[in-house]
Design a protein around this ligand. Structure first.
Ligand code: SAM
Length: 354
């Protein structure tokens, strides 16, 4: 335990460890170490964001995808996936409802669907920003060209989420078909950051073939890339994918890693993800207690929600639904946090004097 405690202290002080040290921290974790990490993560988060939990209205715009990621339920080869695409009007209707409910960030996420050309996507972003200038628009629409990202940024999109999925190129090749390259993914992330987006990376915990050394590389990548947001959630198998029989990730390890990431980047916006809520009924709360400060309730029209099934039993209604925000607020209050009506931008380290 002494070495573990000294590594936790080192991480708290320096916001950095070596890859070997991250491996040790993960492999030798104990419930006590997890508790200490979570307390430290909570302390730094409160220094910067207080007890605020930021909410984002998640609009799943399309489950049509040209990619064939082995883990994903909306991969193009899944014949059992009932495909849909929201019209620009439906997307704007979601924003109208979200605004009324108190959301000030709208996240448009979807498969890589050719319908969403730069022209179409820019026009939707422009309409949202015109209607709701006080709101942030986040896009999570996959890999696009630099020119495309630039146009979207110039039109007013504020943030872009693109999980790196794994920081190990060989592991990346085990999770994706050869048409998708690790280098392209990382280059997209660098481009997004260069353009000026608040940029989010992230990875799945417990994805097939993942080793502790790979997770340690993920942490090192997060440390060095310095994302504004970092989405991590457990891998959950989907019955109609090549990984249907693989074991899923755990809430325990996901929360442990959330605490570590909070200590690496105290100011990072860290969601307590739907996947975490799916595998554990108290997953959302556990994630927040471990250091997360964002939740992304579902704002998609209820008729399509079940169709955006990235993994088995993905939550989309009940307290996952944007319409049940008051319930979510109560759940957050019961553990000492407040949902706020705020864009919830990332705070810079410098301003906070950290
Ligand atoms: N197409 C966009 C992209 O590639 O970034 C956004 C949509 S993609 C479905 C969103 C995220 O879902 C992925 O980055 C991946 O990490 C996550 N995901 C997909 N399948 C999953 C699974 N079986 N378990 C957990 N997360 C999964």
């Amino acid at each position: 335990m002494t070495k573990l405690l000294s590594l936790i202290d080192k991480l708290e002080q320096n916001h950095s460890l070596t890859v070997e040290e991250y491996v040790y921290l993960i492999d030798n974790r104990t419930p006590e170490a997890a508790k200490i990490l979570a307390e430290k993560a909570d302390k730094v988060r409160r220094q910067i964001y207080g007890n605020a939990v930021f909410i984002r209205g998640l609009i799943e715009v399309s489950n049509i995808c040209k990619n064939d990621c082995y883990y994903c339920g909306i991969r193009k080869s899944n014949r059992n996936c009932e495909r849909y695409r929201l019209t620009p009007e439906q997307i704007l209707d979601c924003c109208d409802e979200g605004y009324r409910l108190g959301f000030r960030t709208f996240v448009m996420q979807g498969g890589e669907d050719g319908f969403f050309t730069d022209e179409v996507l820019c026009s939707i972003v422009a309409d949202i920003k015109q209607r709701y200038p006080d709101c942030a628009v986040t896009l999570s629409m996959g890999e696009r060209s630099e020119e495309s990202y630039q146009k979207l940024f110039d039109t007013g999109a504020d943030r872009y989420l693109l999980r790196h999925e794994t920081a190990d190129s060989e592991h990346y090749a085990m999770l994706h078909p050869k048409e998708l390259s690790f280098e392209d993914r990382i280059n997209c992330l660098k481009t997004l950051k260069k353009i000026g987006f608040q940029t989010g990376c992230g990875f799945m915990v417990g994805s097939p073939f993942q080793t502790t050394a790979m997770l340690a590389k993920d942490l090192k990548f997060v440390e060095e890339f310095k994302p504004d947001m970092c989405g991590i959630g457990p891998f959950v198998p989907h019955k109609d994918t090549p990984f249907a029989d693989k074991t899923g990730g755990t809430a325990e390890l996901t929360c442990y890693l959330l605490s570590i990431i909070r200590l690496i980047h105290p100011e990072v916006l860290l969601p307590s993800t739907t996947a975490l809520g799916t595998i554990d009924p108290n997953g959302r709360e556990k994630g927040i207690l471990a250091g997360a400060n964002v939740v992304m309730p579902n704002l998609s029209p209820s008729i399509v929600r079940k169709k955006y099934e990235l993994y088995n039993n993905k939550l989309s209604d009940g307290d996952e639904s944007a319409q049940r925000k008051e319930n979510l607020a109560k759940r957050m209050q019961s553990i000492g946090y407040e949902i706020v009506t705020d864009r919830g931008d990332v705070k810079s380290k410098k301003k906070e004097g950290i």
